[in-house]
Design a protein around this ligand. Structure first.
Ligand code: DSN
Length: 427
């Protein structure tokens, strides 16, 4: 019996599913760059009785009674967020990073206003103006991308093209410039974006969904105080519960808060906000600085080991928690879709991803995105990253050989057994 079986004795069907997912997380490698293992304290807070409470509004201004303690919870989360990031104001209510971005656009822009953000096929997020996202139906997005792939032995390639950012900003006169990405493996320096935004009188939003934990842990430069607004997710490198948050200057606080509620969302998820408070406190401890540095070291080790196995690294390598791999030099026929599927069967969980100027569709892709944040939480170091790179190469080389895939699957389970994220939870 696991903890969940006991608590969910009345619903063995759901208990069984949670139990199976726990076992999956305990016996396979979690390399999705946007995932992590939260602490038991975060799990406890997000599974608490705070889920019972309705609290539309903000501390001190709620539309429901009985929120005295909930106000303390949300104030604690806000105060911990502002202290952690050195921000004037925090809104901890966004249910997700996408909601945080939408709320910022709603707060700062008139419908139809122009926004300059990263191209989706170069690493931008859906909320950075995908035709499939409501963002592009309300606002007019123009884009910048990365520089071309460097010729072999040449200088840096596939890095943010600041000449293009400046050029498009000048010609399109955006009201807002957005920095940030879901698939970019280099440090995003906020300063050049600030200068370009100032040169055209635009506001500047930094979407820190991915590097939030690296920023909190001092491994990446902070955009707080440089950008007008910073959005983040709390569950990726920051290692908290699934959710979003917004940091901003005091003069924008009222607009941002009104855009989140009542503009976009109803009742805040106070159990998740409590879990965010736990995560903000965890991220302010010295151990988290070591964690952030180890994540970066592990991603670099994974990248260089993969390069040694014949994969091409997009942007030439990594400075953050993720590695974007071009599969074509390893095997011209191998798509990201097939690679993701076969790695899944070998117990290596990751996601396919487009690479800049990918000749294949986003559903098929020529790339894989890998992240080191979760397995670093589980205690892995650079030596394990080299082992993982070898297992990935072996699996993809033998992708039609079920015996070899099963052998890798066993080795993965053996490796994971020594690095348990939840040693006290029985899988
Ligand atoms: N799904 C997130 C990611 O994987 O990067 C972005 O929303």
């Amino acid at each position: 019996m696991s903890t969940y079986d006991t608590a969910l004795a009345s619903d063995p069907e759901v208990a069984g599913l949670i139990h199976r997912e726990l076992t999956r997380q305990q016996t396979t490698l979690q390399l999705i760059a946007s995932e992590n293992f939260t602490s038991p304290a975060v799990l406890a807070a997000s599974g608490s009785v705070l889920t019972n409470k309705y609290a539309e509004g903000y501390p001190g201004r709620r539309y429901y009674g009985g929120n005295q303690i909930i106000d303390e919870v949300e104030d604690l989360a806000r105060n911990r967020a502002t202290a952690l990031f050195g921000a004037d104001h925090a809104n901890v209510q966004p249910h997700a990073g996408a909601n945080a971005n939408l709320a910022v656009y709603q707060a700062l822009l008139e419908p139809g206003a122009t926004v300059l953000a990263m191209r989706l096929d170069h690493g931008g997020h859906l909320t950075h103006g995908s035709p499939a996202s409501i963002t592009s139906k309300i606002w007019r997005f123009v884009s910048y991308g990365v520089t071309p792939e460097a010729p072999s032995g040449g200088g840096p390639g596939e890095v943010i093209d600041f000449d293009q950012v400046a050029h498009v900003a000048k010609s399109e006169q955006p009201a807002l410039i957005v920095a940030g990405s879901t698939a970019y493996s280099r440090i995003i320096d906020p300063q050049p974006f600030r200068e370009i935004a100032d040169s055209v009188g635009a506001l500047f939003m930094f979407d820190a969904a991915h590097p939030a934990g690296l920023i909190a842990g001092g491994a990446h430069p902070s955009p707080v105080g440089v950008a007008d607004v910073v959005t983040l997710t709390t569950h990726k490198t920051l290692r908290g519960p699934r959710g979003g948050a917004i940091l901003c200057r005091s003069d924008l606080a009222k607009k941002i808060d009104s855009a989140v509620f009542p503009g976009l969302q109803g009742g805040p998820l106070e159990h998740v906000i409590a879990a965010k408070a736990v995560a903000f406190a965890e991220a302010s401890r010295p151990e988290f600085r070591q964690y952030a540095a180890q994540v970066v070291a592990n991603a670099a080790a994974l990248a260089s080991a993969l390069a040694g196995h014949g994969f091409r690294l997009v942007s030439g390598g990594t400075d953050n928690h993720m590695v974007l791999v071009d599969l074509r030099p390893f095997d011209a026929e191998l798509t990201g879709k097939e690679a993701q599927e076969v790695l899944d069967r070998a117990g290596i969980t990751c996601n396919r991803n487009t690479i800049p100027d990918d000749p294949r569709t986003p559903f098929v892709t020529s790339g894989l995105r890998l992240g080191a944040a979760a397995q670093t939480t589980a205690g892995m170091g650079t030596a394990e990253m080299q082992v993982i790179a070898g297992l990935i190469a072996r699996t993809l080389q033998a992708r039609t050989d079920e015996g070899e895939i099963a052998a890798v699957r066993s080795e993965v389970a053996l490796l994971c057994a020594s690095f348990q994220p939840y040693p006290d939870l029985l899988g």
